[in-house]
Design a protein around this ligand. Sequence first.
Ligand SMILES: Nc1nc2c(c(=O)[nH]1)N[C@H]1C(S)=C(S)[C@@H](COP(=O)(O)OP(=O)(O)OC[C@H]3O[C@@H](n4cnc5c(=O)[nH]c(N)nc54)[C@H](O)[C@@H]3O)O[C@H]1N2
Ligand SMILES: Nc1nc2c(c(=O)[nH]1)N[C@H]1C(S)=C(S)[C@@H](COP(=O)(O)OP(=O)(O)OC[C@H]3O[C@@H](n4cnc5c(=O)[nH]c(N)nc54)[C@H](O)[C@@H]3O)O[C@H]1N2
Ligand code: SF4
Ligand SMILES: [Mo]
Length: 714
Amino acid sequence: MPPPMNAPSSAPVKKLGVCNLCEAICGLEITLEAGAVTGVRGNPDDPLSRGHVCPKGVAIADVYADPERLRRPVRRDRSTGEWTEIGWDEAFDLVADGLASTINAHGRDAVGIYLGNPNVHSLGSMTHGIGLVKALRTRNTYSATSVDQLPHQLLAHLMFGHQLLLPIPDIDRTDHFLVVGANPMASNGSLMTVPDFPQRARDLKRRGGRLVVLDPRRTETARIATEHHFVRPGSDAWVLLAMLQVLFADGIATAPAHAHGLEAVEAAVADFTPERAAAMSGVPAEEVRRLARELAAAESAVVYGRVGVSTHEFGSVCQWAVNVLNIVTGNLDREGGAMFTSPAIDVVGRGIIGRGHHGAWRSRVRGLPETASELPVSALREEIETPGEGQVRAMLTLSGNPVLSTPDGARLDEALAGLDFMAAVDIYLNETTRHADVILPPTTALERDHYDLVFQTLAVRNTARFTPAVLPPGPGTRHDWQIYRELALRTVARLDRQPSRRKRLALRARMTASPTRLVQLLLLSGRTGVTLRKLRASPAGIDLGPLRAGLLPERLQTRDHRIDLAPALVLDDLARLAAVPAPVEGELLLIGRRHQKDCNAWMHNVERLTRGRPRHHLLMHPDDLAARALADGATVRVTSRVGTVDVEVSATEDVMRGVVSLPHGYGHARNPGMSAAARVPGVSINDLTDPERLDVSGNAALSGVPVTVSSVPG
Ligand SMILES: Nc1nc2c(c(=O)[nH]1)N[C@H]1C(S)=C(S)[C@@H](COP(=O)(O)OP(=O)(O)OC[C@H]3O[C@@H](n4cnc5c(=O)[nH]c(N)nc54)[C@H](O)[C@@H]3O)O[C@H]1N2
Ligand SMILES: Nc1nc2c(c(=O)[nH]1)N[C@H]1C(S)=C(S)[C@@H](COP(=O)(O)OP(=O)(O)OC[C@H]3O[C@@H](n4cnc5c(=O)[nH]c(N)nc54)[C@H](O)[C@@H]3O)O[C@H]1N2
Ligand code: SF4
Ligand SMILES: [Mo]
């Protein structure tokens, strides 16, 4: 008997989707049965990701289906602590009232904003989030950038003229890949959109290329490398500067005509010899010389530094040295080297994202410099707690969890509890959003159209891809851009000091066009021939070819169209570096780590990602355990200047002596009973990291925190 005409079809349907959980932006093929996702695999036809998928991508639908995920706005009763669902209209009004009344009473800077990592992974946040932030016009704007890639953006701005003009390793053609402080086997790459790093690394080695890793831990990436060197946390600047010193001493450092400042660089690095580097870093002087000479001798080569050296006391010096090493070995803007992308939507060349600035104003309490209109998040706690004009009294967090992801999170946790008002746009009740008065949950990745404005700009190959929503938005839900629009318009409407009518109309127009419509317009005005219509006809993505060499000097965004090899900000910081005391016997320095199945500080309630062997342990060298009479597997006490945690320890020779490692993103027990994640053991590394430890850019130095490890007093 044929099925009745209107019965929902249960035959499996395949749709193309995209994973937005990390920077690899893998194309997905999603199987739907009766409206539910029953399968996720990599899309082999995607020209960038070529079928790659990781365990997190496979779990993407678990977030969509998660009963714990918020689907309606919730409001917290401050006296009972209880949460109740409320309607959207009421929620928007409550938040707009809370923000506007704070601004009306105390001025614009009394509202603080924190933008978390998933903003960059959502098209709607990219197109409309900036509009909301600009509408609120507060100097107290913070984001995950200053616990992450701030040095990269600052150096790109200072050297190449635009904060997002970032050189990308040409991994598919290089002969020599030097990786400093990154673990792409677990992270799938960052500021290097590189889906399927494992296969690309195999290909590199197969064609005779070398993969060299500098890391205090023998990581998954170090294991597959042709060469791994332990380096003492926080000391990479010494090694990288010494490599430069060797190239100058050998007389082989050169610069292209469109760069200036080579002599200043030579003078600045002259005293940073391999011998001094060896004493600071543990990398033997002869090895430093060899690293430099092999880099210079390779047919093509690229140096790449990431989180381990971005979240570093000398993150800017490191990132500068990485860029300069690529330049003076002739590997910038060249095949197999560090290259610039040519994306279909050129957020750099067309000024869609501003070129950046630094130090235009400073934080109120500690005088820390802004970068591109953001203050270092290490200053947020004191800006909330210190009374006076400009004190932060209300907060708006947009997809972030700073209690777990920023230094001294425990104190921030307390500070958030003391705010007059807080609102969060987030899909979960987490360690941070639990302090909100109202949480506004947007739709999730599978329910919205997607185009990667940022990551196609950072990818190892030029491609363009537009992915329509796989699933219809759940009934009565809102997209993030719609939430941002309502918050911006309703808050501005309530301000005592109204912007001009013209400005209000411009805001309304800017916030009302949908993200997809904006992508369509941006593609048209980019005149690359890629249109939304073409992308819809090729949903796997359009291949625009390998990265192109010879884009400089035209691509430079500096006013003189030249590279500044010697930015004063960095050269001035070398005196601070030279004054760093030598390592002390018996020191322990704390570093972080990532695991393929972790996703920053969320997704720990997704069962398929957390089952199996626990991975929250403190990793410590057996000799360091023995020296303290501590047993493998015991619960130990880790103490830093700011805090103490008790956690199980695991002995391993994979970390160098004098180094301990904790994963980033754990510590959900402080959110008791609110989420299945609370059952995942582990502590927050950021209960130990120190907001006083900063790079000159203002980025937090999360790496290399001095700690002691002892037994837990019984
Ligand atoms: N010690 C140490 N600290 C670190 C790091 C480290 O290596 N070591 N790494 C740093 C880095 S690189 C980063 S990027 C930061 C991350 O820091 P954050 O961005 O503050 O933290 P996340 O864990 O990414 O928080 C993401 C939040 O967004 C929510 N979310 C997920 N998807 C969506 C969505 O589609 N819409 C909305 N509105 N919300 C969503 C999740 O529920 C979660 O609450 O942490 C930094 N902190
Ligand atoms: N599975 C998974 N993937 C992710 C994420 C995730 O949470 N989970 N997060 C995403 C995000 S937001 C980002 S920013 C990227 C980050 O991507 P990566 O930069 O690859 O980040 P990590 O894996 O933290 O690697 C940092 C490495 O630096 C090393 N390190 C620490 N201190 C030092 C030091 O002083 N010197 C040197 N040389 N090395 C040091 C650590 O041992 C570690 O191996 O990953 C993204 N991808
Ligand atoms: S590598 Fe990143 S983008 Fe690809 S499936 Fe995994 S989490 Fe998603
Ligand atoms: Mo990040």
